[in-house]
Design a protein around this ligand. Sequence first.
Ligand code: SF4
Ligand code: SF4
Ligand code: SF4
Length: 265
Amino acid sequence: MQWTPEAEAAIKKVPFFVRKKVRTRVEKEAGAAGKHVVSIEDVKASQARYLSKMDSEIKGYQIDTCFGPSGCPNRAIVGDRLVERIETLLKKEDLLAFLKQRVQGDIKFHHEFRVTLADCPNACSQPQIKDIGIIGACTPALTDEACSECEACVEVCKENAITINNANATCKVDYNLCLQCGLCIDACPTGTITAGDKGFRVQIGGKLGRHPQLARELPGIFNEDEVLAIVKDCIAFYKTNSKHGQRFAQIFTAQDFENLASFHS
Ligand code: SF4
Ligand code: SF4
Ligand code: SF4
């Protein structure tokens, strides 16, 4: 949908981490009113509607994804089913009822437990600043298929993790540099590089606010069931330790991270 310059300028003032959501909402509401161009009036009307029903919008959790499901070609893994399973779990845990018991005064969006999934290490949905950030991962594995030395893999790897030895036509991956984006796998025409472990990296304990902090990453790649188990453990920790509705990331200490990591290693 097209936006007038005034409307574009207004949406750019919305904080970047909720801008996508707000833009979608405004377009949906303008579309429902039969419009093909979003004007500044549409932005203001949407904002007024949003503020008037803010209380009813609070769910106790927020879960979002990157643009992977809308057809991004960079997806290292398709995480749609995992997102559905996590949302089912979050609903079942009834975090809104939990927050109502613990928070004195009104519950605001900033109280909500936040989970995001990015389908590749480009991390467009900002997993580093969420309570739980999940990143799709696909590890390259080398096969016995002959390498043609085309260097397509070298060109596509943004981490300079691949070297080709022209003396014996072999390919080497430096797994300390590799971010498991899987792009070299698609680029390799000979099957010399193939998909190895596929799954999800999990980052824990990120947040913005007055004391921002980046999430820390659990070692390893996890399958869907394992990610679900980690999310469950984090919610159990949150419900036990957030006595006044503090954010998970605020109360989850370095020692808690080590305990979680050793339990899920
Ligand atoms: S995180 Fe990766 S898959 Fe998701 S939108 Fe960004 S580039 Fe695409
Ligand atoms: S998976 Fe991505 S980061 Fe790793 S070697 Fe291949 S292209 Fe490079
Ligand atoms: S893309 Fe495949 S064939 Fe080409 S250099 Fe890399 S490993 Fe060899």
